[in-house]
Design a protein. Structure first.
Lengths: 223, 222
């Protein structure tokens, strides 16, 4: 299954970067959000929790555009049925899209971090390893869920607009945890016990979203 | 026997598309499927491809997932990739190791070798159809489901398509072929399945002649 997942992810990343559409829009939207929030806080010091919230908000909005783009790739050439007829588990399409979405999201987040430093005045992280762990664990949940809901919105503009409406409420636990851990990394240090309970929450939701995707994706995508 | 249907029915809601369809296709046989627009030809092929579920009846297809080559109305291609990249992607997705020689050979057979590195987005309708056929043949399945495969093809390409179908028959593949041009395509068929008034009946091209309603005035001469 892994070779097919990588094959689909590689094809999707190539196509999205080739077109530019989707990725560029997502990057611009995220950067615009960071800039606008910096204007709201100008003249006063922006709290660490606000910085973390803006970062994750920018990531979530970008994620919606990325997955819309990733699933639109099949609609252009009606290749979805071809994928469904291939001798591969249908879930490898979901995972391939999630992997592609994850790598593109990471690419954008690498852009958002320096933008946060410049516009929001974010300082040094108290722990880079915890920061990286937070990024990967929250991103994992976001992309697994994003890939599932991206399949729901494929090729239909009405469903695409529904995507963000349905997706964001489900992302709240991950975003909340991301904001709390992010704020503690940017501001005054919190206790390790508090951090570990937030990480437990993130990993629990990662597992729930992974299970939901594995079970639901074949029904959603074959519709 | 590679394909067999017994009492096959399909309804969209309460509207019947076809009922109690019986037919079979053996190895090395070409079954030409004829019928007017809306008679259920494409629906039948989509059921055989596993893209739709039948409403009732028994269906046997002696081919695993990935051993069915389906050429439908939509080309399963990525416009942002070149012809070569498209074929390599589908080949690898079906578990074949990337064989540049095989891809090259199939591109030459369908006259696409000169545009192999150009994005498919710039291809004409006929070139897309040739690439679609090349994709199906590259994967070397045992059962071919061809839904109006000559759509958009010029005369030379149509002749090449007939040559390919003849080769498929000789290599023992089963071919189900939807056509709107029976006079042109009938010589290649071993059997004919007529779909009309939600029913179907088998016919032999050697004995039966094309019913007048299928011999459309716009039939192109071969």
């Amino acid at each position: 299954m892994l070779p097919q997942v990588c094959l689909i992810a590689r094809k999707d990343i190539g196509l999205l970067l080739f077109r530019g559409q989707g990725v560029v829009q997502a990057a611009l939207l995220g950067l615009l959000l960071i800039f606008l929030f910096s204007l709201a806080g100008s003249g006063s010091k922006i709290q660490a929790s606000w910085m973390a919230a803006v970062f994750w908000l920018a990531s979530c909005f970008s994620l919606v555009l990325i997955f819309n783009g990733l699933y639109a790739v099949e609609e252009e050439g009606s290749a979805r049925e071809g994928l469904l007829m291939a001798p591969i588990p249908v879930q490898s399409i979901w995972l391939g899209k999630a992997l592609a979405g994850g790598l593109l999201l990471l690419l954008l987040q690498i852009l958002f971090i320096p933008a946060g430093v410049v516009f929001l005045g974010a300082g040094q992280l108290s722990s880079w390893s915890t920061g990286a762990g937070l990024l990967f664990s929250v991103d994992a949940g976001l992309i697994l869920l994003g890939s599932l809901f991206g399949a729901l919105g494929q090729g239909q503009s009405t469903k695409e607009s529904l995507l963000s409406v349905i997706l964001f409420p489900l992302q709240i636990p991950l975003i909340m945890a991301g904001i709390h851990v992010g704020a503690s990394l940017l501001g005054p240090a919190s206790g390790s016990e508090s951090l570990s309970s937030w990480f437990s929450l993130i990993l629990a939701f990662d597992a729930v979203f992974a299970g939901a995707g594995l079970i639901l994706f074949p029904f959603v995508y074959a519709e | 026997m590679l394909v067999e249907a017994r009492g096959l029915c399909k309804f969209f809601g309460v509207k019947p598309v076809f009922r109690k369809l019986d037919f079979h296709v053996d190895q090395g046989q070409v079954l030409l499927v004829l019928g007017e627009n809306g008679s259920g030809k494409s629906t039948l092929l989509r059921i055989l491809a596993g893209l739709l579920q039948p409403s009732a009846g028994r269906l046997y297809v002696g081919a695993e997932s990935g051993e069915i080559g389906y050429v439908g109305h939509q080309p399963y291609i990525y416009p942002g990739l070149s012809a070569w990249q498209n074929l390599r992607f589908w080949s690898r997705l079906h578990g074949f190791s990337p064989d540049g020689g095989r891809i090259e050979e199939i591109l030459v057979r369908f006259g696409l070798e000169r545009v192999r590195h150009e994005p498919v987005a710039f291809f004409s309708r006929g070139m897309l159809q040739r690439l679609n056929l090349a994709r199906a043949l590259l994967l070397g399945p045992r059962v071919y489901l061809l839904d109006e495969p000559s759509t958009g093809l010029d005369r030379r390409s149509r002749d090449a398509l007939h040559g390919e179908i003849q080769k498929l028959r000789e290599s023992g593949c089963a071919v189900l072929w939807v056509s709107h041009y029976p006079e042109r395509d009938l010589p290649l068929a071993d059997r004919v399945l007529h779909l009309e008034d939600q029913l179907g009946w088998m016919d032999s091209p050697a004995f039966g002649k094309v019913a007048p309603q299928f011999a459309s005035p716009d039939t192109e001469p071969r």
